[in-house]
Design a protein. Structure first.
Lengths: 319, 780
């Protein structure tokens, strides 16, 4: 008798046990039932494993060192016309390359981080409601799949602060994947991409921040742009701004249509201090914006859910 | 939050167009999400006098003749010989001599303007014989609340027959929809006075508060107030009011329209007064029935104890719902018996009703942290708690309570005032120089301009040599450091006035991983593979289908669904799932790949104390109908060719050690990928039958998962070429052997050390043990 058959017999026997519940005193029936259910689940699991093992036994080994199968054609790639690149990755690449041309180092963001980097090091007061605003996920250990690429600010400040003492400046962008506990619909995804920027020097100003951001978007859209700002609030920048550009012609923009592109501001002195940089000597600015939206605007895409769908119908548009 | 521009204009003199004002508010104060245009909502609606009202027997109707003042040429209206218009009215309160609101024929009923089919009033024949023109409107039809008990009455002191209602009640208005999130740190702006102060500031004007504080209260402290922990309630003011007359509301007032335009509904005199003051000052108020309050506490006089709720306590709220209280909820208690969920909602047991003789007005501030949790735990999102969770300052509780008693003076007189301050209020002082301000902003504002900017919105500034000694006003609880002042200067004068500049700085370092990823993606897509992105979160079911240990995944405790509960350990299981989706479409054959990060608990934490992460390349090759032979060789070919493009030479060895990555693979038909110098890169191969069946995929299926960090270490730009590139001789050799391919090749290359050898094919006649392996050799 095979292992699976044996287990199935056991299961049959166990199923008969259920009838005995009537003989069990009422107050013990709950426990009795739970016990049986646990046993049943264990047997079902064992059956699944045994079946899998049987399925896997009959497999014939092959020469793994060979370039092709016996009496088979040599393998080939698929047609070059079939291949495609994910639009989010392509855009993220393009964005970081423009920043690189502008002199920014690139550090990729983590995908699992902790409370310290996500909040504490960014001047979020303990228990501050602003922390709730990020709708973070948490693991059992308290780790956080980061809700913004700012989770890397403290790291890059520390990583590059040596440059400041050499009289150079910190200029870094941080592309990466971020997560928010949000219900998914056509315009909301729990998983998306951002790009962060961090700049620190002795002399930099808010004017420099606006200049760099305008320069980036003019390079990105390959045209001159009008920019606008509005006051914002982030615990890790002071002052904080929302940065807008006039909708570019390539996106069918008309005069006076402004698009919110990112949040930005002068780095809060506490953030510099925590990274071991003296805020009396150095200033900085930082910004962060979404990549998904850039791609959606570019292609007139109406549903953000396609990005992580793995749907080849959609992806084949990006050959 | 909704802001009526007409109401705003009562507090600040505005000399720019509405369009410019809205732009400036957006650029210098807060995000304006939208503008509701009400400039025509009340067109063709007039104040009229009811000259005669004759009840029609056996109906609820009254036939009225109304005086429309000078409006003697309205279209679609017939006038009698006295110039009066006939209209039928069904309201019980219609009477001769009253001023009412008449919606003329052709006008839209205001409450219906936002409906799909707005209701246009016309002429109607009533009871088969009476022509009725237009309608006499109730407050609900005018969109000022839910009151449908009768028609609205207008105060004769305010208006005359024929006046447009829009003029009388200032209804030609624009309403701004404000994004609350962008004012999280500005509790003062959640009241019209605070908002108007900022508007004055951004227009470069000094704000003058035209609401005089009364300061007539005598603190009697005859109500006992106790606060269990100072930080949960920095200040609590309670005022007892005694009824001495009727607060009978007669007319439709400006206050009603302001409540309505701010998104609230007129309810009754007391609630309306507290709501109006909240909208005006940002300070929420609450009213308790005094006698009920005392009765609940079973004491002779009220004893208010503010404390945290205890486990097991519950409370029936004003809306009739019973809530079990959490230990973070702040409760107002009467002699220790909870009567209200502080800041969120009053309790049913102390509710004001028609028989109320005495009330207690509460004006207090609470810890925003606790209220934030209360809001989330009980799902209460009132206008009041929205303000409290921004951290209302404590300086004005007494003042606002006094304004409230002033508004209710016709019906109630003050019978006692208590005020407990548990956390001392301190002024915030900051020192900064003009130079520091200009240096950070990149501006050149003069000291005089900086001082003006600050004084316009209530800061006090003293100059000590080049330093400005700045004292923040009591309502600015957000000012702590000089950057806060710099923000004020930049914002109030307009960030748009800062000239964008480009700093000079050094060149960037190249990021090799980024370059590698770009190259890998480009090579694989040139092989006809499709790049996908899949979630970092996976289900237990997915891991089990792939044969992985669930316990090796970090587990999300607040996941959106069981499908997204675990952080993935490897890429291939997610790709198998996507392969199934696409195979079902159906796509005949494809390779999908992803470059992304994975986490395994077994890897532990890095030196920073966060989980070790690894960058991976995963790929799955699938075909619905097997025409291409053995899937393993296709996957191996793609992996090997890719690595060759990266100048990494590899060998394919039997899998000796099972790792997370190898678990879904069938070891008899999969290989470990090693560099020639002995570094492990990953796994390539076909999947176990069980895995294939679990994912419901067709037989032709293989894939690979490679370690991008190791590939990065090994990948190199090609620096050596064979300078003798001309091929001098070619030769095909077939070897008949029992050995495997690799060993056969090794022997051959030892024999021809100078040849470049490539495979041509492997042939095995039926019934024969040996294979014939054919190689192509090139000699340079």
């Amino acid at each position: 008798m095979s292992e699976v058959e044996k287990l199935k017999q056991e299961l049959k026997a166990l199923n008969l046990e259920y009838a005995k519940i009537r003989e069990v005193p009422a107050e013990k029936r709950g426990e009795f039932g739970r016990d049986l259910n646990a046993k049943k689940l264990a047997i079902l699991d064992a059956i699944r494993q045994a079946e899998e093992a049987e399925l896997n036994v009959a497999v014939e080994a092959i020469d793994i060192t060979a370039p092709c199968g016996v009496n088979e054609k040599m393998p080939e790639t698929f047609s070059v016309f079939q291949g495609s690149l994910h639009p989010l990755m392509t855009e993220l690449d393009r964005v970081t390359k423009i920043y690189q041309l502008m002199g920014f180092d690139v550090v990729e963001s983590r995908q699992l981080d902790d409370e310290f980097h996500m909040f504490d090091s960014l001047n979020f007061a303990k228990e501050h409601p602003a922390r709730d605003g990020y709708d973070t996920f948490r693991t059992e250990e308290g780790f956080i799949p980061p809700a913004h690429t700012s989770t890397m600010q403290h790291r890059v400040l520390k990583m590059y602060r040596e440059k400041l003492t050499r009289g150079e400046e910190i200029a870094v962008v941080v592309p990466g994947r971020v997560y928010r506990n949000e219900d998914v619909d056509a315009t909301h995804e729990h998983t998306f991409y951002q790009c962060e920027g961090v700049y620190v020097s002795k002399t930099c100003t808010m004017g420099d921040m606006l200049g760099i951001l305008r320069e980036f978007f003019e390079k990105y859209y390959e045209q001159k742009l009008n920019i606008r700002t509005q006051p914002g609030y982030f615990p890790f920048t002071e002052p904080s701004l929302e940065f807008m550009i006039e909708k570019p012609k390539s996106l069918g923009g008309k005069k006076g249509d402004f698009l919110e592109m990112l949040g930005c501001g002068m780095i809060h002195p506490n953030v510099l201090k925590m990274a071991g940089i003296d805020p009396e000597v150095y200033h900085g600015f930082a910004w962060g914006g979404g990549i998904d939206r850039l791609v959606m605007l570019k292609y007139g895409l109406k549903d953000v859910r396609y990005f992580e769908s793995g749907d080849l119908n959609f992806l084949s548009e990006f050959k | 939050m909704l802001i009526s521009l007409n109401w705003l204009k009562k507090f600040v003199d505005i000399d720019v167009s509405n369009e410019e004002l809205i732009r400036l508010i957006g650029a210098r104060l807060v995000e304006v999400e939208g503008v509701i245009d009400e400039t025509h909502k009340y067109d063709k609606i007039y104040v009229v006098k009811v000259e005669s009202a004759k009840h029609i027997p056996d109906t609820h109707l009254t036939l009225c003749q109304i005086n429309v003042g000078g409006r003697t040429d309205l279209p679609k209206v017939e006038y009698d010989e006295n110039g009066l218009v006939q209209v039928m009215c069904g309201a019980p309160n219609v009477r001769e001599g009253m001023l009412a609101v008449w919606i003329a024929p052709g006008a839209i009923v205001p409450a219906s303007v936002h409906e799909d089919a707005p209701f246009v009033i016309g002429k109607r024949k009533m009871l088969g014989q009476y022509d009725s023109y237009g309608m006499l409107a109730g407050a609900d039809e005018l969109d000022f609340g839910d009151d449908h008990s009768g028609i609205a009455e207008i105060d004769p002191a305010m208006a005359q027959p024929g006046d447009a209602i829009a003029d009388v009640l200032e209804l030609n208005d624009l309403i701004l929809e404000i994004e609350n999130k962008s004012l999280t740190h500005r509790p003062d702006c959640f009241g019209m006075i605070g908002f108007a102060r900022e508007v004055a500031g951004i227009l470069g004007k000094k704000f003058v508060n035209n609401i005089e504080p009364l300061n007539n209260y005598k603190i009697s402290d005859d109500i006992k107030i106790e606060i269990a922990q100072p930080e949960i309630c920095p200040r609590y003011t309670a005022v007892v009011l005694e009824k001495h007359g009727e607060l009978k509301k007669k007319y439709l007032t400006l206050q009603d329209t302001i409540l309505a335009k701010s998104g609230m509904r007129p309810v009754d005199e007391i609630v309306d007064a507290t709501n109006y003051l909240m909208l005006l000052t940002g300070q929420p108020l609450h009213a308790f029935d005094y006698d009920k309050f005392v009765a609940v506490g079973a004491a002779k006089t009220p004893r208010i104890v503010v404390r945290l709720a205890r486990a097991g306590e519950s409370l029936i709220l004003l809306d009739g719902k019973e809530v079990s209280l959490n230990e973070n909820d702040i409760v107002i208690t009467s002699n220790d018996k909870p009567v209200a969920l502080a800041g969120a909602m009053g309790g049913d047991s102390t509710k004001i009703d028609d028989s109320t003789k005495k009330i207690i007005i509460e004006s207090a501030t609470f810890s925003l942290y606790n209220l934030r949790e209360t809001q989330m735990a009980h799902g209460i999102f009132s206008e009041a708690i929205t303000r409290f969770t921004k951290g209302q300052p404590a300086y004005q509780t007494l003042m606002v309570a006094e304004m409230c008693t002033g508004m209710l003076a016709d019906g109630y007189k003050v019978a006692g005032v208590s005020d407990l301050i548990s956390v001392k209020m301190e002024e915030s002082r900051v020192e900064v120089t003009s130079q520091e301000i200009n240096q950070l902003l990149g501006t050149s504002y003069s000291e005089a301009q900086i001082i003006d900017t600050l004084e316009n919105v209530g800061f006090r500034v003293k100059v000590h040599r080049d330093r400005l000694d700045i004292t923040a006003p009591a309502w600015r609880t957000d000012i702590h450091i000089k950057e806060d002042i710099i923000e004020e200067i930049g914002r109030l004068n307009g960030y748009d006035n800062i000239v964008p500049t480009l700093p000079r700085h050094a060149t960037a370092e190249k990021n090799r991983m980024l370059e590698l990823k770009t190259k890998v993606r480009n090579v694989l897509s040139s092989f006809g593979a499709n790049e996908v992105l899949t979630y970092s979160f996976v289900s237990e079911r997915l891991l089990k289908k792939a044969g992985l240990e669930v316990s090796n995944s970090y587990r999300i405790v607040n996941s959106i669904s069981p499908e997204l509960q675990l952080i993935r350990q490897s890429l291939v299981p997610s790709l198998l799932e996507k392969a199934y989706i696409n195979q079902k479409v159906p796509f005949g054959k494809f390779a999908i790949f992803e470059v992304n990060k994975v986490y395994q608990k077994d890897w532990g934490l890095n030196e920073e104390g966060v989980p070790v992460e690894k960058m991976r390349l995963g790929c799955v090759v699938a075909e619905r109908k097997n025409v291409e032979g053995t899937a393993y060789y296709k996957a191996k070919f793609l992996a090997e060719s890719l690595l060759e493009k990266l100048n990494i030479a590899v060998q394919f060895l039997p899998i000796q050690q099972l790792t997370v990555e190898t678990l879904p693979f069938e070891t008899k038909r999969a290989a470990a990928v090693w560099t020639l110098d002995g570094e492990y890169l990953g796994v390539v191969g076909e999947f176990k039958n069980s895995v294939r069946r679990n994912f419901k995929l067709a037989e032709y299926l293989a894939g690979f998962e490679l370690d991008m960090d190791m590939i990065l270490q090994k990948a190199a730009d090609k620096s050596v070429i064979n300078n003798n590139f001309a091929v001098k001789d070619r030769q095909d050799i077939t070897i008949t052997t029992l050995k495997n391919y690799a060993d056969t090749l090794k022997e051959l290359s030892e024999k021809y050390p100078n040849a470049v050898i490539s495979p041509v094919g492997i042939y095995q006649p039926e019934g024969v043990q040996e294979k014939n392996i054919t190689f192509h050799l090139e000699f340079h």
